[in-house]
Design a protein around this ligand. Sequence first.
Ligand code: NAP
Length: 326
Amino acid sequence: MATTRSVVITEFGPPQVMTLASRDLPAPGAGEVCLRQTAIGFNFIDIYQRRGIYPLARPTGLGFEAAGVVEAVGPEVADVEPGDRVAYMNAGVGAYADRRNVPAEKLVRIPAGISDEAAASLLFKGMTAQYLLRKTHAVQPGDLLLVHSAAGGVGQILTRWATALGATVIGTTSSPGKREAARAAGCAAVIDLTDPDWPKAFLEATGGAKARVVYDAVGKDTLVKSLDCAAPFGLVVSYGAASGPAPAIDPEWLNKKGCLFLTRPSVFPHNADPATFRANAADLFDAIRRGHVAVEIGARFPLEKVADAHEAAEARAVTGAIVLLP
Ligand SMILES: NC(=O)c1ccc[n+]([C@@H]2O[C@H](COP(=O)([O-])OP(=O)(O)OC[C@H]3O[C@@H](n4cnc5c(N)ncnc54)[C@H](OP(=O)(O)O)[C@@H]3O)[C@@H](O)[C@H]2O)c1
């Protein structure tokens, strides 16, 4: 019987609540494959779940995204074979493991030319950027966009892709090193988020123009001020809470600030249907092939050092994506 070494938490809390445990892994069931995982993507949602901000029944694994090689297939699996290089990002928590059984319908083949590390560092974040700029708002040439955390994992992909579609992106970051990365990803200007009057700096950078769309995954520290950066009838997308849960917004504020639209979307419903998931992934891989999306891996940690990875992310110390290596 195969074995797996995986991260388990029995209580919510700091990074040290994550422990590694070994156990037997049953043969893959109907519709499942057994995957030997070669690279695991860290995502900020893993921190929310570890802290209990998005509570999970415990004991539980963590992590949504990984790449690897199919070792065995269960009954009723037709389109995946042993030896295939595949990745996933929405098969439920438990990706922090060296081996895992995953429903075959949640897998995409990794195209030649994309490494396992690259796939594991961009599928979840790239699929997030994909729906944000295709569905939440279909980005058009000439759109002015404000992208918070533009040097982060999602932020860099969103910035590069939106710029390739002809939008002008103004980014925010918290440090000079990150500013360079945001510029390299395509930002026309980068605003220092540690300046309490950063909306004023944003308006100075745009000559007074406000954004067609504000993409805000910082939450608590930024969302109210983000409303002041959106143009009349513009859209504010609250898609994360890196600084803490976003405050309640009175609908009347949206009226007073210019008949704004506010939405709080998630990558999972956009990819729940297997055929839609594969079509969205094909769109992402095509954007990579065209050079509209690139992967910036900012840090690699062995799976045993997963607590260090979470500490680095919480300290805002990493520019780009973090990959865990089993
Ligand atoms: N709704 C969805 O579908 C969806 C899907 C994927 C990700 N997300 C969200 O998108 C965001 C980015 O995800 P990611 O995995 O790519 O992470 P990331 O951007 O690599 O890291 C989070 C970034 O948030 C910024 N930040 C601001 N205040 C912070 C604080 N108090 N503590 C830590 N970081 C802070 C940091 O950038 P600066 O230091 O430059 O400010 C940091 O780089 C997260 O909020 C995540 O929850 C949402």
